[in-house]
Design a binder for this molecule. Structure first.
Ligand SMILES: C[S@@+](CC[C@H](N)C(=O)[O-])C[C@H]1O[C@@H](n2cnc3c(N)ncnc32)[C@H](O)[C@@H]1O
Length: 312
């Protein structure tokens, strides 16, 4: 791990593909610890502008400080990328480069206070935005068993979703579930002897599913894809995307990658954008060795089509 608590994934591929230039407006939808933003920001020079968003106020503050110390012209906002259009429009300049690096950063996973990782005594929190009212403890106390099973099946693709939901529902009748260790034990019990033959930790899928559900991550991504689509349609008429904007998304599992792939293919088919990554871009073996958490990263990018340009 580096000093910032997170190593930006596919950094060279992102820079090469999104090609930030002096004077560009770059939008980093998921600022995190600022790894990608620093590299993108260094390319835009004093006339450029970097707009950074994050739902996590601690990450936002950390990245803002880094950008400020490096004298990168930046504006950072505590909000979801679902509202990216409004924030870019407020700048009065369309975006030339947009990046979204989905999910959570390593420091969030490693921070025992946040409850994202497998720390025994962490509170069951998992909120990306610390200002949200509902954390995982509250969700697990209130959700219907059938709804919980549905979430674990849909977002975690866990074959034992029903058994896990049943365990949670039984347990909470006698004892509230408030720590990650407690939930880990319940998932292990639901797996029974099958836990030993599972390649992943048996709770991996459940944890991911609950994080995605609690933070409404797929809905936010779908809204972003919708905004990108509208941005492509309106690029020639003063929309939030510049007529030759490059837009890239890094995802970490098929639930995220599938809608990205479909949305980009559709824009390409309609002649509104062209794909900059014909094939899925994945980390090299050496990147995975250096940063095992990059293993499941997948990058796709498009360029908005400008019918007025010879290459558009
Ligand atoms: C993988 S990290 C980004 C790391 C960053 N690229 C870097 O190099 O440091 C993902 C970040 O996105 C944030 N995030 C997740 N969903 C978000 C959303 N809908 N809107 C804004 N930020 C979001 C998380 O809080 C986290 O800080």
């Amino acid at each position: 791990m580096n000093e910032h608590g997170h190593i930006p994934v596919l950094l060279n591929e992102v820079l090469e593909t999104l090609a930030p230039r002096p004077g560009d407006v770059v939008v980093d939808c998921t600022l995190g610890r600022g790894g990608h933003a620093m590299a993108l920001g260094q390319a835009i020079g004093p006339d450029g502008l970097l707009l950074g968003l994050d739902r996590d106020s601690e990450n936002l503050a950390y990245a803002s400080k880094r950008l400020q110390e490096a004298e990168i012209p930046a504006s950072t906002i505590h909000d979801s990328f679902a509202r990216v259009t409004e924030h870019v429009q407020a700048l009065g300049r369309p975006a030339n480069v947009v990046l979204a690096d989905l999910g959570v950063s390593s420091n969030q996973l490693d921070d025992a206070r946040r409850g994202f990782g497998f720390h025994d005594e962490s509170p069951l929190d998992m909120r990306l935005d610390q200002q949200e009212q509902i954390d995982l403890t509250k969700l697990l106390a209130e959700i219907e068993e059938s709804e919980l099973a549905h979430l674990i099946r849909t977002y975690g693709e866990d074959p034992f979703a029903n058994a896990i939901a049943r365990k949670v529902a039984q347990e909470r009748q006698t004892r509230p579930i408030t720590t990650t260790g407690h939930l880990l034990d319940l998932v292990k019990e639901a797996y029974g002897p099958r836990a030993r033959s599972s390649r992943l930790h048996p709770a991996t899928r459940t944890f991911m599913a609950l994080r995605i559900a609690l933070n409404d991550e797929i809905a936010a991504l779908e809204t972003l894809l919708d905004r990108i689509g509208r941005g492509c349609e309106s690029a020639r008429t003063g929309g939030w995307l510049h007529p030759e904007a490059r837009v890239g998304i890094i995802s970490f599992h098929s639930l995220e990658d599938r809608p990205v792939k479909q949305a980009f293919a559709e824009l390409d088919r309609r002649g509104l954008a062209s794909r900059l990554t014909r094939r899925l871009v994945r980390p090299s073996d050496s990147e995975i060795q250096e940063n095992p958490r990059s293993r499941s990263a997948r990058f796709r990018a498009i360029r908005v089509s400008d019918p007025a340009s010879p290459s558009g």
